[in-house]
Write a protein that binds this ligand. Structure first.
Ligand SMILES: O=C(CO)[C@H](O)[C@H](O)COP(=O)(O)O
Length: 159
C-alpha cells in the first residue's frame, strides 16, 4: 500500500481531515503525526519537526503538512536533511513543486485553501514525477540543479 505521512496544527485541522479522508479513500495508508482532535492541538513547529524527521529518516517518501498559512510548516520542515518542502496554493504550483523542484513535502494553509483545492493539490503532488512533461533541455538543467542543491545541503550537514 502507498504510504503518506500527514500532520496539522489547530488552524490546519479541518483541511487536514478532508485531505486525510480523501487519500485514505484513494487507497493510501495515511499516518497522522499532528493534531488528532481540536481539543488537543499541537503547535505547527512540533508537528512539522515530527513529520519532517520521519521523511528525513526515510520512513515515508512524501508528507503533507497543513497549518493556517502552510508557511511555518515549510520553514521548519526545510531545516531537516533530505526534506524539500514547498508551500502551494493551487494545483499548478503543486505540480511544479514536484516536476521542477522534486519537493517531497507539500504544505498548505487551512486559512487559504478550501477542501476541494486542497485534495486536488494532494492528488497532483502525489501523482507527478520529477521532470514530468518537461522539455528534455529543461529536464537536464533540473537534474543538474538537483545535484547542486544536494551539494549545498551536504556542505551544511555533511554527507
Ligand atoms: O500558519 C501558521 C504557522 O505558519 C499557524 O497555523 C498560525 O500561526 C496559527 O496558529 P494557531 O492556530 O496555533 O494560533
Amino acid at each position: 500500500m502507498k504510504k503518506i505521512i500527514i500532520g496539522s496544527d489547530k488552524s490546519g485541522f479541518l483541511l487536514k481531515e478532508a485531505v486525510k479522508t480523501h487519500l485514505t479513500e484513494a487507497g493510501y495508508e495515511v499516518s497522522d503525526y499532528g493534531t488528532l482532535n481540536e481539543e488537543e492541538p499541537k503547535p505547527y513547529f512540533e508537528v512539522a519537526a515530527a513529520v519532517a524527521k520521519r521523511v528525513s529518516d526515510g520512513e515515508a517518501e512524501k508528507a503533507i503538512l497543513i497549518c493556517g498559512t502552510g508557511m511555518g510548516m515549510a520553514i521548519v520542515a526545510n531545516k531537516f536533511k533530505n526534506v524539500y518542502a514547498a508551500v502551494c496554493e493551487n494545483t499548478y504550483a503543486a505540480e511544479k513543486a514536484r516536476a521542477i523542484n522534486d519537493a517531497n513535502v507539500l504544505t498548505m494553509g487551512g486559512w487559504i485553501t478550501g477542501e476541494i483545492v486542497g485534495c486536488a493539490m494532494a492528488d497532483v503532488f502525489l501523482n507527478t514525477e520529477f521532470t514530468q512533461n518537461l522539455e528534455e533541455w529543461r529536464a537536464n538543467n533540473l537534474r543538474n540543479a538537483r545535484i547542486q542543491v544536494k551539494n549545498i545541503e551536504n556542505e551544511i550537514y555533511g554527507n
